[in-house]
Every structure is written in C-alpha cells, then in structure tokens.
Design a protein around this ligand. Structure first.
Ligand code: SAH
Length: 262
C-alpha cells in the first residue's frame, strides 16, 4: 500500500476497474459489500416505486463507474443525466451503456432489482430501458457553486448522489456547501436522494488510499435541512464495509424535499 492519501485532484488516478472489483462483485464478493449494495438497492426501490419520487429529469452526481443506483429510477424518469469528476469513470459507464467489449457485468444486481420489483425474468428489458433513459454524461465538481459547470441543464425533479460527497468533501463545511450546490440543481419541490457512508475514515482502491470524510447521521440531516429541504426519510443501517478495504461505521439513506416555495 502506498503511504500517500489521495484526495481532490488525485481522483484522476482513481482506477475504475479496481473500484468495481473491490466493492461490486455482487454474486461472488465479500458479505459486507453485498449487504451494503442490497441496502442501497432496497432503499432506491422503495423511493422510486409505489407512486413516490418520479418525473422528467434525474441527475446523478458522482456516478463513479457504477449504474446500480439508476436501476429503479429508470422506470419513473423520462431522462437521466449522469455525472462524475473523472473522465475514466464516465468512460466506464459509457462502455456499459453502449454494450462495448469489457463493459462491467451488472446483471446480478439488475436481476436482484427486478426480483424486488416482482419479476426477475425482465432484467434484460430493464437494462435496455436504462440504456435508453441515460441521455447525457457530464463532468461535475460538487465543490463548485455550479457543480455541472457550463452545461445547460434544466432544473431537475430529483438529484441523486450515492457515496460520493463524503469522498469529495474535505471537511463538514465543504460538505454542507456541496449539499446546497446540489439543491440548487433542483426545481422547487424536487427531491434530493442520498446514501452516505457514516463514520468514514477512508477507503482503498487498488493500492491507493483515498480520503474519507467522517459524517454522522445527524450531520447529514442538518445539512439537508439547512439547505432548505425537509427530510422525509433517513434510514440508518449498522452495516459497515470490510475493514481491510474501508474504515466506516454504518450507512444512511436519506430522502429530502426542497421547499416548494424556494
Ligand atoms: N456513486 C458511486 C461512486 C462512488 S466513489 C457508487 O455509489 O459507488 C466516489 C466518487 O466521487 C468517484 O466516482 C469520484 O470520481 C467522485 N468524486 C470525487 N471528487 C468529486 C467532486 N469534487 N465532485 C464530484 N464527484 C467527485
């Protein structure tokens, strides 16, 4: 393991393949990582089905090289925009969208979500639907007041961000500002949906140590409220990552709504 702590601009050295192998080998991977993925998939299913959150545009922020977070949402949004700080993560997502050789195999996770939705056999239909629904791949930086830079994007019905802000933000003030930046991308009455690694102290990708911001559930809720949102749900789970990969203590999944008069 290298001694250096990777953060900020060092993300250009983030290895998408190593990340996927460590945290997302769903059918054969380590128990803790599988449980965390299931916790997120179940919460996403609950959020985006049963007449809940839906609409025209969903923006996923800090998408990374993953698409699991969009599997329920693609049924209830007309358009999904994905975004990340790094080119290589966007490229990894593009490979999956275009079914290119070497694209990551998400089918175990897709089948799991289809089972939650009531019909495991329609997983290929869901993959095709997600591929049609993602219309744009954009660069983003959550620490900027305009996280999507010069890209022209209409106000969104939903901003989704999973496991990204606690990697991107170096301290709690930056985290709180990032939440405000993301809320500014929403229509009045739009939803911010987020999953957070709690008690985070960092994680490894390949042989590199990446920084992790230590957050408590209450800090997440307060940041959402102070950014003008009502917290509708904040589900806590005690599950933590395998300690050799990532130091953390529990997870939370929150759904918040921007004030309709904002
Ligand atoms: N959402 C994915 C990836 C999380 S890994 C998942 O659920 O697995 C953390 C991600 O945060 C990486 O993709 C990294 O590129 C992104 N990131 C790091 N700094 C960022 C910044 N300043 N703005 C936006 N995203 C950032």
């Amino acid at each position: 393991m290298e001694g250096k702590l990777y953060r900020g601009e060092d993300y250009k050295e983030f290895d998408s393949q190593d990340y996927l192998k460590t945290y997302y080998t769903f059918d054969s991977g380590t128990v803790a990582e599988n449980e965390i993925l299931k916790f997120n998939l179940k919460n996403l299913f609950q959020t985006f089905s049963s007449g809940g959150v839906g609409g025209d545009i969903l923006i996923d922020i800090g998408t990374g090289p993953t698409i699991y977070q969009l599997l329920s949402a693609c049924e209830v949004f007309r358009e999904i925009i994905v975004s990340d700080y790094t080119d290589q993560n966007l490229r990894e997502v593009e490979k999956w969208l275009k079914e290119e050789p070497g694209a990551y195999d998400w089918s175990p996770a897709v089948q799991y979500v289809c089972e939650l939705e009531g019909d495991r056999s329609r997983w290929q239909e869901k993959e095709a639907r997600l591929r049609r629904t993602v219309t744009r791949l954009l660069k983003c930086d959550v620490t900027e007041p305009h996280p999507l830079g010069p890209a022209q994007v209409l106000p969104a019905d939903c901003v989704l961000t999973l496991l990204a802000l606690e990697c991107a933000c170096h301290d709690v003030d930056t985290y709180r500002a990032a939440i405000r930046n993301l809320v500014s991308l929403l229509k009045p009455g739009g939803y911010l949906v987020t999953a957070v690694t709690l008690g985070f102290q960092g994680y490894i990708v390949g042989n590199k140590n990446f920084f992790g911001l230590h957050l408590e559930k209450e800090t997440v809720e307060k940041a959402l409220q102070d950014a003008g949102c009502q917290v509708l749900r904040c589900q806590h789970s005690p599950i933590s990552y395998t300690e050799t990969f990532c130091i953390s203590k529990g997870m939370c999944f929150a759904v918040a709504r921007k004030s309709p008069s904002a």
